[in-house]
Write a protein that binds this ligand. Sequence first.
Ligand code: NAD
Length: 508
Amino acid sequence: MSLSINEAAGVVKTGKYINYIDGEWKEPLTGKYRPVINPANGEVLGEVAQSSAVDVDLAVAAAVKAQKEWRLVPAPERAEYLFTVGRLLKEQKENLARMITSEMGKVIEEARGEVQEAIDMAHYMAGEGRRMFGETMPSELRNKFAMSIRVPVGVVGLITPWNFPIAIASWKSLPALVTGNALVWKPSPDTPIVAEAFVKIYEQAGLPKGLINLVQGSGPEAGAALVEHPDIDLIGFTGSNAVGKKINERAGALLKRTSLEMGGKNAIIVMDDANLDLAVESIIWSGFGTTGQRCTAASRVIVHEAVKQKLEAQLIDAVCHLKLGDGQDESTDVGPVINQAALEKIDKYVRIGISEGATLLCGGKLAEGVGNGKGYYYEPTIFTDVKPDMTIAKEEIFGPVLSIISTKDFETAIKVNNEVSFGLSSSIFTSDVNRVFQAMRDLDTGIVYINAGTTGAEIHLPFGGTKETGNGHRDSGVAALDVYTEWRAVYVDYSNTLQRAQIDTNTK
Ligand code: NAD
């Protein structure tokens, strides 16, 4: 184990990022590693273990053993560990934020916000230790008591992406643990450093060994092995659609539960009666915050034709003032994208947009001369005259690229919002209360914002999407308990006679 942080500056020093299995830090049995790169400047931050199925086997065995005892620990007692995790996260907030920025590039203010999300989640889920409500209901028979209670699913495999390396891990690990499960976590190989730091916080909190196990490595090897493992009861996954579908197919064949949070193609609708200044600020924040690499990032703006020109002029002006650079610098507005492959993918979509006839308003190329020239920077890009059937209006780009689509009325705006295959987040700017309520009813996404951009979810509300964004489950909020628990129906018959439901009743 090798995490070494300069406490004052929060700088990550190079080291090896390895596995945590049954309460011990262990090198991968493969002996293989790959480098971890700072996307802001190409600096090598260390190397991450490339684990295989054998490492996964050890981790799952530890989790199975630990869960047998953990499920019997009263939930309020389990919650005490979560309160401690919350406190430790708070104490280490700045260092964790610095790590996130070094590892995946988001600007430091957003990285602090991300750690805050994990802190909030720890406190919220610790509270569930004293709620976790079941229900009681009347029985149809005399002298019989009926209730439903929650029981843990068992051993959970968590597979997470790089764009929210601690927040997403907290949305999944905290509800899983408070409800009595044990877990094996495979984070993204792009963000092993903060993953290790988060597990060290669980370790510092005194969580019994074997309950949280960390297996660092690639998706196709360590991730796939987790999905295959017969003792994994549930896969909690956040990531791309391509991978989510693959996991779902395999887990489906093995009859495993899955909770999948996947891609988005989120839109902000701007009506002719909108507060345009507010809409512009929100579009910039939702479109270019985290360099457009949030699953809820706005990638489409559906604007009423009456205000289109004015909105475009204001957006171009606002984009000119965005400062690109290393997110560690407090004055940076837009950081790098995650890696070279992402840079190439974004540029490919921009070329497709141009070739399909969209008009480039600004950006449209790799940003040159930023920092030491070794980072992965793309100019914030805005297309206009985009038609809903163009590739850039339908597929997830996951970068700083916005497409403006013109609409003649409210009904068409809703239709355009809804006709993509994803359904994560949507937003509308309008001052018409009737349209507000119609939008709440008709926008078919898991999250809807009124007079705010598409980002900014709070942890006590359900998070997730419709259609190809998810498979019906939700992270965070009380809804997360439904992912990590099974409902058990319990009947207590205190009549001392055989009573037959549906037969010996007076309700026939
Ligand atoms: P990704 O799908 O490439 O990887 C996600 C995780 O899956 C990683 O840990 C990866 O190693 C693992 N993986 C890859 N192949 C695998 C396989 N064959 N079997 C098992 N695991 C495998 O996604 P990413 O690039 O890390 O993240 C970006 C994507 O995540 C975007 O599509 C974004 O929209 C999505 N995302 C969604 C949400 C949400 O809540 N809906 C939140 C954040 C990110």
